[in-house]
Design a protein around this ligand. Structure first.
Ligand SMILES: [Fe+2]
Ligand SMILES: [Fe+2]
Length: 257
C-alpha cells in the first residue's frame, strides 16, 4: 500500500481508490457488452474470421477485467460490485449502412478507445505504488493492446471495400464519445489526485496529455494510412485543449479549456 502521502488520510485514500475501481468495473462490463454485440454484427456481415475471433476473445477478456476490478474494490475495503451483464446502445450516427455503422463502432471502440486505454494503463503501471494494483493493470494492459489491434485489423479489411474516408466527418464525435466531459472542465487540482495516482488513477493533467498524445501520435497517423483525413479530429482537439501549463501541480493553472 502507498505510504508516501501525507495530506490525505489512509481511509479516505482507500475509499477513493475503491470508487475508481468500481467505476472501472462498470466500464469493463460496458466494453464486454459492446464487443458481444459487435461480434454478432460481424458474424452476420461475414467479417474476416481473424477479426471475429479477436472480438469474441475480447468479450471474455473484458468480462475477466470486470471481475479483476471488482476484486480490487474489495481489496480497498468497499463492497464489490456484481458483474451482471448489461446492454449498451449503438454509438454510430444515423444515416450509415449497417456495415458502415459497424466500422464506425469498431474504429471508435478499438482504434480510438482501446488505444487510449493502452496509453493510460501504461502510465498507471509505471507509477503504481501497490503491487496488487500494478499486477492487475499490467494484465489488463496486455489484453487492451490486442483489442486495439482488432480495430486496426477490421479497418484494414474494410478499407478494401468501403470508402474509409467517410470516417473523417465523424472523427470529432468519436473523440468526444471517448472521453469523459469532466476532462474539459477547468478546476483546481484535488489534493487526493497525486496520492491516488499510485493506486490506479491519473491526475486530470496526465489524462489530458496522454489523450492528446495518443491521438496525435498513434490514432491519427493510423487512420491516415487508410485514407481518413484527420483534420477535423485535430481541429476538435485543438479547440478542446489548450497547451498544458508546465507547472500546474499546485492547482493554480488550469490545463485545459
Ligand atoms: Fe478491458
Ligand atoms: Fe479492451
Amino acid at each position: 500500500m502507498a505510504d508516501d502521502h501525507t495530506d490525505v488520510d489512509e481511509h479516505t485514500l482507500r475509499r477513493a481508490a475503491g470508487a475508481v475501481w468500481c467505476a472501472r468495473h462498470r466500464f469493463e462490463l460496458e466494453a464486454a457488452s459492446r464487443f458481444a454485440r459487435l461480434s454478432e454484427d460481424l458474424s452476420r456481415l461475414g467479417a474476416h474470421q481473424a477479426v471475429l475471433a479477436l472480438t469474441r476473445e475480447a468479450v471474455v477478456d473484458e468480462t475477466r477485467h470486470a471481475s479483476q476490478c471488482s476484486e480490487l474494490v474489495s481489496y480497498f475495503g468497499e463492497t464489490a460490485p456484481t458483474s451482471s451483464s448489461m446492454s449498451t446502445d449503438r454509438t454510430s450516427p444515423s444515416g450509415l449502412t449497417e456495415r458502415e455503422a459497424v466500422l464506425y463502432e469498431l474504429v471508435s471502440m478499438a482504434c480510438v478507445t482501446e488505444t487510449l486505454s493502452c496509453a493510460l494503463l501504461g502510465a498507471l503501471v509505471e507509477q503504481a505504488k501497490d503491487s496488487k494494483v500494478r499486477q492487475v493493470m499490467h494484465e489488463i494492459l496486455r489484453d487492451e493492446i490486442r483489442h486495439s489491434r482488432l480495430g486496426w485489423a477490421h479497418l484494414e479489411s474494410e478499407s478494401l471495400a468501403l470508402p474509409c474516408k467517410l470516417l473523417a466527418d465523424y472523427l470529432p464525435a468519436m473523440l468526444a464519445g471517448t472521453v469523459n466531459e469532466e476532462l474539459f472542465v477547468e478546476r483546481q487540482a484535488l489534493a487526493i489526485e497525486e496520492p491516488l495516482s499510485g493506486l490506479g488513477s491519473l491526475t486530470r493533467r496526465q489524462r489530458v496529455e496522454l489523450f492528446s498524445d495518443a491521438m496525435h501520435k498513434v490514432v491519427f497517423p493510423g487512420l491516415e494510412r487508410y485514407g481518413v483525413d484527420t483534420a477535423q479530429g485535430a481541429s476538435w482537439l485543438d479547440k478542446r485543449f489548450s497547451p498544458p501549463h508546465p507547472r500546474d501541480c499546485d492547482g493554480t493553472k488550469p490545463t485545459a479549456s
